[in-house]
Design a protein around this ligand. Structure first.
Ligand SMILES: [Fe+2]
Length: 365
């Protein structure tokens, strides 16, 4: 509840009953007025012409209402008072904390049956949230007992968001195919990587359904890139600084396109927390740095790649027909051991923002 308020020169001090207090800038409060004149309830969009707000704006009167459930402010430039709910204010206190710290970073020993779920449960009203929570916490999940058809991939994708179109189409099925330009179509070992380092907006989720397996080998490999970042930051700060600042270009050249993008291997937000791992040694394009830094860069990716290829960091599993592996391509590196025989997979990509959206709607984040 709101316990106390104090009007300051350019701020309003608000004390909450849980001992938290914060100074809200007056301009911010005025900008978030949610009356009919300033806010479109239907579209959740601002109607305020923010640039026109008087920078010398004042509070004429402020009153705590409903035993602290809300606050009413009469602004110098408006005729009627604006109501602000406790929940809205409490959610918007100034904080450096973000959701990244809630994730369960892992090494291979930390992963067991927790990351499996049955199709029936994952797609049920009650179980969908359980599935999402596993996927959010660990960055990947295996859905068992799926129908071995492309339609299953689409059904799961549509529960989360929608199928993303890319150079590979929307929904895809493949076996090893030497005619495609991408390394994903081979039966040789695929070392851990993230997909689409050549895309400005790399896919957020990848779904891979095993439809047929008559082979030896071919274990799928999952590696928590955020865990590697965490370890490198603690043990090799100089290498972490390189991996989080040097923009590495990736490209996809072939099949009639020339796609290219670049970003650091560890992309950080303004709070210096990791938000995305991008590493694909296959797709890295030629680039030069000043020589000393270039040599140091090779040392940094060597450290990263050796960790990603070390069994301590690798969760390995042979997908059986009817099992679908889904993973967060912004966090988890994926790979596959070599195999001999035949293997048919179906899959698709989903945008990161749609994964974030469904997590928010289900109160996971
Ligand atoms: Fe891949």
């Amino acid at each position: 509840m709101i316990e106390n308020i104090k009007i300051l020169q350019k701020e309003l001090n608000i004390q909450f009953s849980d001992k938290v207090e914060d100074n809200f800038p007056l301009i911010w409060l005025r900008d978030h007025a949610k009356d009919e004149l300033n806010w479109d309830e239907r579209s959740n969009q601002r109607k305020t012409f923010t640039a026109r707000i008087d920078s010398n704006l004042r509070i004429k009167e402020a009153i705590i209402l409903e035993n602290g459930k809300s606050l009413s402010i009469l602004w110098s430039d408006l005729n009627s008072a604006i109501k602000y709910s406790h929940d809205f204010l409490r959610e918007n206190i100034f904080s450096q904390k973000t959701n990244a710290s809630n994730l369960k970073l892992w090494k291979s020993d930390d992963i067991n049956v927790k990351t499996f779920i049955d199709y029936e449960l994952a797609t049920s009203k009650k179980g969908f949230k359980i599935f999402l929570k596993k996927l959010y916490d660990y960055g990947f999940c295996v859905i068992k007992d799926c129908k071995k058809e492309l339609n299953t991939v689409e059904k799961i994708a549509k529960k989360i968001g929608y199928v993303r179109q890319s150079i590979f189409g929307g929904l895809w099925s493949f076996e090893s195919n030497e005619n495609m330009a991408d390394s994903a179509y081979t039966s040789e070992e695929l070392r851990p990587h993230t997909d689409a380092t050549y895309s400005n907006d790399a896919p957020g989720l990848q779904l891979l359904l095993c439809c047929h397996y008559n082979a030896q080998g071919g274990e799928s490999i999952m590696v928590d890139g955020f865990k590697i970042a965490d370890v490198i930051k603690k043990e090799h700060k100089d290498l972490f600084d390189i991996l989080s600042t040097v923009e590495v270009p990736g490209n996809y050249v072939g099949d009639g396109v020339f796609l290219e993008s670049k970003r650091p291997i560890f992309k950080l937000n303004s709070n210096k927390e990791i938000v995305q791992v991008s590493f694909n040694n296959y797709d890295r394009a030629a680039f030069r740095l000043e020589n000393d830094l270039m040599i140091k860069f090779y040392e940094a990716i060597k450290k990263f790649d050796l960790m990603a290829n070390h069994h301590d960091f690798q969760w390995k599993y042979v997908l059986k027909p009817g099992e679908l592996l889904i993973f967060n391509n912004w966090r988890i590196l994926h790979g596959r051991k070599a195999f001999k025989g035949s293997r048919k997979m179906s899959g698709c990509y989903i945008n990161k923002e749609d994964f974030d959206s469904v997590c928010k709607i289900n109160n996971i984040i």
